[in-house]
Design a protein around this ligand. Sequence first.
Ligand code: G1P
Length: 282
Amino acid sequence: MNTTKSLIRKCLFPAAGYGTRFLPATKAMPKEMMPIVNKPLIQYGVEEAMEAGLTEMAIVTGRGKRALEDHFDVNVELEAQIQGTDKELHLTEIRKIMAETRFTYTRQKAMRGLGDAILSGETLIGDEPFAVVLADDLCLNDGSGVLLQMIELFKQFRCSIVAIQEVAAEDTEKYGIVAGEALREDLYRISQMVEKPSPEEAPSRMAIIGRYLLTPDIFDILRSTPTGRNGELQITDALAAQAQRGCVLAYRFKGRRFDCGSITGYVEATNFCYEQYRLRNF
Ligand code: G1P
């Protein structure tokens, strides 16, 4: 059996947020279903997880998110309608996902922050290490995807790992910011983590982007973590506690990340992916 698969099998997708920055588009549609060209954001995340050898997709949803479940399910009428036509080609990728992975869902009861969303997912994850993907951080590159890069590191270090990238000083207050000792030029052992600090408070400009590998003791730590920034339970604070007790690594990944939680990032991602789509199809 492939050791990667046996080490980490599950990927958690916190997907309960309202997506207010995209209103009115997200009034009746989950923000994770916003398409980049012809594929919803969440599907990019699921494909990245599959590439990393993960087969169990655990989705934390909320009210108004039914489209997510329907997307990863068979649409019998549609299948019957297009069977035998060239339109079937458009379903190749989603059929592969459905054949090779399993989806489970739970609902977050109230919007109490990313830490609370991850804690809500405990029922789907259990007592094993797992990945977390924030679908609105779209990560693309030519070589191995970010999660696969992180899984390779996990095999060696067996501790929680967050993906990071350098941001401009004025942007630190949009992210969890980390600082620590460099183990090599792209890997740090974290000693400090702050959620959305002002540029003056920020211990560095290394920002967490939406990819995490977490060991399951994070659930107990989250239960004893007080609410933090914005009165919400922050995964950044729980990881800071985990870093004090043991080891948390920050990895500067190879690849490009689009902040599809913002209109600008979403449009940039669309332009980038359309260019690739055009090269493939015309
Ligand atoms: C969340 C995390 C933050 C992280 C960011 C990455 O913030 O709390 O630490 O840097 O995702 O996208 P959010 O963007 O949900 O406010």
